[in-house]
Design a protein around this ligand. Structure first.
Ligand code: ZN
Length: 212
C-alpha cells in the first residue's frame, strides 16, 4: 500500500492518499484544500485517484471534494448520517456519491479500507482502517479529541466512539485529520498512555474532563 499524509490549507488539515501500486489506483481521504497538490502527489506515485472518502461533513475536510471528483472522475464516499450536510457542498449533480454504514469496506486495488462509524464530532463521523493504519478524522487527534460543541456534536456519543477505538490493537497507527499534536501521528497504545481524553474510563470522568 502506498500511503501519504499531506498537510494542506490554513487549518493544518491532513489529507491522505492510499494507493495500490499494482492497480495504480488511489483513494483520497478528505479534500478541504489545495486539491492540485493532492493530484500532484498521486501523479508522482503514478496513481490515478478513483475514490474520495470524507471523514465527516465539516467544510475544512469536504469543500474541495466536488472539484476533485470532477477533475478525476471519482466517486465520493461518506457516512449516511452526514449526508445532508455533505450534499450541500456537492454542486455538480453528475458526481457519483456512495453512502456508507458502519463496517462497510471500500476497496482500491487490493487495499481494503474498513469503515468504523464514530459519531460524536458529527453524527456521521467515521474512522477508516487500512492494514495497520487508522485514519481518525476529527474524532481522535494526537493527545486530543474533536470538539463536540458544534452543530450535531454529542459528547456522550464521542465517548462511546472512543471506547470502540480503544478495542483496536495497541500497535495500530493513528493518523488524524489535523496536525494538532507535537507529532503528526501516533498509535492506539500511545494514545492510551498520554491522551487525557482517551484515558478516561467512564462516561462521567470523560464529561467532567471535557468541562475542566
Ligand atoms: Zn471537524
Amino acid at each position: 500500500m502506498i500511503f501519504k499524509q499531506i498537510a494542506l490549507g490554513p487549518m493544518q488539515n491532513f489529507s491522505y492518499i492510499l494507493g495500490d501500486e499494482r492497480a495504480k489506483e488511489a483513494v483520497v481521504v478528505d479534500a478541504g484544500w489545495e486539491i492540485d497538490n493532492l493530484i500532484r502527489v498521486a501523479d508522482k506515485e503514478k496513481l490515478e485517484i478513483r475514490k474520495i472518502i470524507l471523514t465527516h461533513s465539516h467544510y475544512d475536510h469536504v469543500q474541495k471534494a466536488d472539484e476533485l471528483a470532477s477533475k478525476t472522475n471519482s466517486t465520493i464516499y461518506f457516512h449516511e448520517d452526514d449526508c445532508n450536510e455533505i450534499k450541500k457542498t456537492i454542486r455538480n449533480p453528475s458526481i457519483k456519491i456512495h453512502k456508507l454504514k458502519n463496517n462497510d469496506e471500500i476497496k482500491i486495488g487490493n487495499v481494503q479500507i474498513k469503515v468504523i462509524h464514530t459519531p460524536g464530532h458529527t453524527p456521521g463521523a467515521i474512522c477508516l482502517l487500512a492494514k495497520n493504519k487508522l485514519l481518525t478524522g476529527d474524532t481522535l487527534f494526537v493527545n486530543a479529541i474533536g470538539r463536540t460543541d458544534l452543530p450535531g456534536g454529542n459528547s456522550v456519543k464521542l465517548f462511546e466512539s472512543l471506547q470502540k477505538l480503544k478495542k483496536l490493537s495497541d500497535n495500530i497507527e493513528v493518523y488524524p485529520g489535523h496536525d494538532y499534536g507535537e507529532v503528526p501521528f501516533s498509535t492506539i497504545g500511545g494514545e492510551k498512555k498520554t491522551n487525557p481524553y482517551f484515558m478516561c474510563e467512564t462516561k462521567e470522568q470523560f464529561l467532567n474532563y471535557l468541562k475542566s
